[in-house]
Design a protein around this ligand. Structure first.
Ligand code: CA
Length: 232
């Protein structure tokens, strides 16, 4: 049984209760908020391990809550799973790059939602078992799993837990090509959800954050991705 604390932010009362009830039944400690302002208060007080965040909220909307969490000096790395009303909305939100770790589109099954929450929590665990806790330096990019820190040209850049894990996995194995399904399994953990298409989305976000060094992550057409070797 897990004891992680989940903050559920949802203004629709019935949905909030169903989600909270089912998470509690899975052994999570659940805290709820019906709006964005309350969510930010609860975040400070409860320091949740993950935030389940509805996009459309009556006061401070989900996007703004997400941005404020990411800017938070201590709680900025809190994993966020965003709830969106339709797939197109998810694409729009992704395009804004606010830094959620995953997205679940309504209507969703409770089992699916819980699987996604667990998968994101698993990903947050450092990948030490695979490549050791040592920092990886590749050209202008330095990835430090012990501190969950990425620097690009010496400046710190925030990566979500998912992006961090993916970048670290690829950078620790430069020149090797990984098919999308292998990345899904090894780097992100196989949660049997529909994250496959999200690999591309996460890679897009990573490239965006690498800025001028975006081509360090190479697309191998029809296969997958690799970290450029040598990095130049
Ligand atoms: Ca809503």
């Amino acid at each position: 049984m897990s004891r992680e604390r989940i903050l559920v932010v949802e203004d629709e009362g019935d949905l909030r209760e169903v989600v909270a009830y089912n998470l509690a039944r899975e052994g999570f400690k659940v805290v709820t908020a019906a709006g964005g302002a309350t969510a930010l208060e609860r975040l400070e007080r409860e320091r949740p391990d993950l935030v389940l965040l509805d996009l459309m909220l009556p006061d401070v909307d989900g996007l703004e809550v997400c941005r404020r969490i990411r800017r938070h000096p201590e709680l900025g790395a809190t994993p966020i799973v965003m709830l969106t009303a339709k797939a197109e909305e998810t694409d729009v939100v992704l395009g804004l790059g606010v830094g959620a770790d995953d997205y679940v589109t309504k209507p969703f099954g409770v089992a699916e939602l819980i699987a996604r929450v667990k998968a994101v929590l698993r990903r947050v665990q450092p990948a030490e078992d695979e490549v050791g806790p040592h920092a990886v330096q590749r050209g202008p990019v330095r990835i430090d799993p012990a501190r969950h820190e990425v620097t690009v040209d010496g400046g710190a850049v925030h990566f979500t837990a998912t992006e961090f894990r993916l970048l670290h996995y690829l950078a620790a194995r430069p020149g090797r090509v990984f098919p999308r399904d292998a990345l899904l399994r090894h780097a992100l953990g196989d949660d049997e959800s529909r994250l496959d298409r999200n690999i591309d989305v996460h890679v897009r976000a990573i490239r965006h954050k690498l800025g001028a060094h975006r081509d360090l992550i190479e697309t191998v057409r029809g296969v997958g991705y690799r970290f450029r070797d040598p990095p130049r």
